[in-house]
Design a protein around this ligand. Structure first.
Ligand code: PRT
Length: 283
């Protein structure tokens, strides 16, 4: 049985549960459980604190986990990063009070920086030859300069509004992070079949999320021109319509190209464009 760790509650919880459900794992949980059996896959899910997952993963209590890259990096654990999952994207950034001059890392010399990420920050300071002191705090980092606890902060940022609300300006990003699937080294050998099966399912879900299936009608003489603007899979499918002068074209396009491609298809003469989400996609 594969032991899969996910965050018990917090920013990663909902997306982690959804990913596993979309991959066909039916978690039989009630909210106060620490562990839940799974139907549809030989696994059980452990609900843990995000900050505790790295040590449980490294020690083998969990075989595989959904975890923020930032936490793995901070805890310096020896695990295998299997797959980036595309959610909980954020960055670890250094911010200074508005009005303070910043001309690169050297501006941090002799400053006191408040953070919950002392290891990652120290690595950045050392790599850049900066002599600053680190004040470790476990939460509400952004208020540290306002209450005189520090000169600067190093904290996670997603929208940036927390920094702005506290009169801080983001100056230097030291790490980009998102949720990842990570596995224990021993388990990746001993339970390789289960881990490969789970990874295969998760990749199929992620590929599906990144793409859309589109279909539309077009005059036959426009087929070559339309195909030239399509970024999709190897070759689109062309089907005849009842009207012999028209065809229906079906293909897959990456979500990120969708809004560039659709207006061009319309300009060329495509009609009745349907865009359909893809549940799973396997290359
Ligand atoms: O208690 P437990 O150990 O389970 O959880 P935690 O306190 O580590 O977790 P949680 O739920 O706050 O965050 C879990 C993970 O979500 C983090 O480790 C990151 O990988 C990811 N993540 C993504 C974030 C953010 N975005 C984020 N914006 N984690 C925290 N923040 C905080 C940030 O610290 C700051 O206070 O949100 C604020 C800034 O947000 P913006 O949108 O105003 O920029």
């Amino acid at each position: 049985m594969l032991k899969i760790a996910i965050q018990k509650s917090g920013r990663l919880f909902e997306d982690s549960v959804k990913l596993l459900k979309d991959a066909g794992l039916r978690i039989e949980n009630s909210l106060d459980q620490l562990k839940a059996p799974v139907r549809g896959f030989d696994a059980e899910v452990l609900f843990l604190r995000n900050s505790d997952i790295p040590k449980y993963l490294e020690s083998g209590v969990a075989d595989i986990a959904v975890i923020g890259e930032n936490v793995l990096r901070e805890k310096e654990v020896d695990v295998i990063s299997v797959e980036k999952l595309g959610f909980s994207k954020c960055r670890l950034s250094i911010a200074l009070p508005k009005g303070e001059k910043y001309e690169g890392p050297k501006s941090l010399n002799r400053l006191k920086i408040a953070t919950s990420y002392p290891v990652t920050l120290q690595q950045f300071l050392t790599e850049n030859g900066v002599d600053a002191s680190i004040h470790q705090i476990s939460g509400s980092v952004e208020i540290a300069p306002n209450i005189g606890l520090a000169d600067a902060v190093c904290d996670l940022v997603s929208s940036g509004s927390t920094l702005i609300k506290n009169g801080l300006v983001e100056q230097e990003t030291i790490l980009h992070s998102e949720a990842i699937l990570a596995s224990n080294r021993k388990s990746s050998i001993q339970k390789s079949v289960l881990i490969e099966q789970l990874t295969f399912r998760i990749r199929a879900v992620l590929e599906g999320r990144k793409n859309s299936y589109i279909m539309f009608n077009l005059p036959n003489e426009k087929v070559a021109e339309v195909v030239s603007v399509l970024p999709g899979l190897k070759s689109p499918t062309l089907l005849p319509l009842v009207d012999p002068k028209w065809s229906s074209l079906h293909t897959v396009i990456p979500e990120k190209e969708y809004w560039n491609v659709i207006p061009r298809l319309k300009e060329i003469g495509a009609e009745g464009i349907l865009v359909i989400p893809i549940d799973k996609m396997i290359y």
